[in-house]
Design a protein around this ligand. Sequence first.
Ligand SMILES: *Cc1c(COP(=O)(O)O)cnc(C)c1O
Length: 400
Amino acid sequence: MNISTVNSNDIKVRPIDNMLKYNGRYGEYGGAYIPDVLAVPLQKLSEAFDYFSRDPEFRAEFSNILRDYAGRPSPLYFAQKLSKHIGSTLYLKREDLNHTGSHKINNTLGQALIAKRMGAKEIVAETGAGQHGVATATAAALMGIPCKIFMGAVDARRQALNVKRIQLLGAEVITTTRGTATLKDAVDEALNYYISHPDVFYLLGSQVGPDPYPRMVGFFQSVIGQEARAQILMKEGRLPDAVIAAVGGGSNAIGLFSGFLEDHEVKIYGAEGGGDALPGKTAATLTFGKPMIFQGTYSYCLTNDEGQPVESHSVAAGLDYPGVSPQHAFLKDSKRAQYFAVTDKEAIEAFHLLSQLEGIIPAIESSHAVALAIRLLRNQNLLAIVNLSGRGDKDVDRDF
Ligand SMILES: *Cc1c(COP(=O)(O)O)cnc(C)c1O
């Protein structure tokens, strides 16, 4: 996905932990494992984030944009028919109703606002299915900063509508034909561009990559959990028994979970893209992977028998990533959260079920969280919040 695969042999990769003033670790996970040339730009970014995330003026501007531009707060919706069907009380956190159709806008608006405050002349990002590209191009347009989106040529052909959207928003789409011309190759291309132009702002789309990205993305997405906690207290007068979200890189999930981490009576469940739920045919990194340094951070990663990172497999493009957030790695090991591989089949069933029962077509990514809720809460008579991370418009012409 992101700050990543330094495949050029002459770039020396080293940890910069001793340079970091701030805590980029979640237990033993996290940190920043990066080529020398990125040490200074990431240090500057870290300092800027640390400053602005505490600055009342910045926080007020971010809240105003989230409200008036992105449409927050997103509703917490009592899914009555789904609840009856399952035998537990389910609320859906409606991130699908945000501008551009998912939680991704919370993060791109936050980072683009930092880019503007830092005086960035250009924003760059990579995208696979195009969702992060659209959200980034949107935020860049709003801030008036030129934007380049790197995309594999194969993905660009498959996602022609999102390419068009990005271009309409005034950003430049740069396609690459290297490798398999998909996400990983777009990452390589974007990273090479960043390495040769370290003054640009690299806008990362999930809670992955080197410090300060996981902290920063977690901070901007935490609005989900803050709202959900206040909303459930208003509606039910108590905290939920469980909160559930889909985990790709981990950003929508940490956004919801962070509102409840200190409430130890609330169980926390993450739904990974299980694919066929078999090693080699899955994107369930926390379930099937092991800890290693990958794409700038120390976290779980899917590997082959030789311990090399492998391609992941999931029906959901947004979950199809062999790495995962270092914070989720920590939450798993510390047992504060539990992660489950949800199969393609289960997710597709939940996709249809929610569409028909509630009149809400969920993103296939979010359908994994709905499917996990069905699996864990059936006839339990429990109260739970499921993060509906995005809408399913993009998935309607898939054959499932
Ligand atoms: C990108 C995406 C995801 C996965 O990304 P996270 O960083 O794990 O949240 C999940 N749902 C939707 C709708 C997405 O677009």
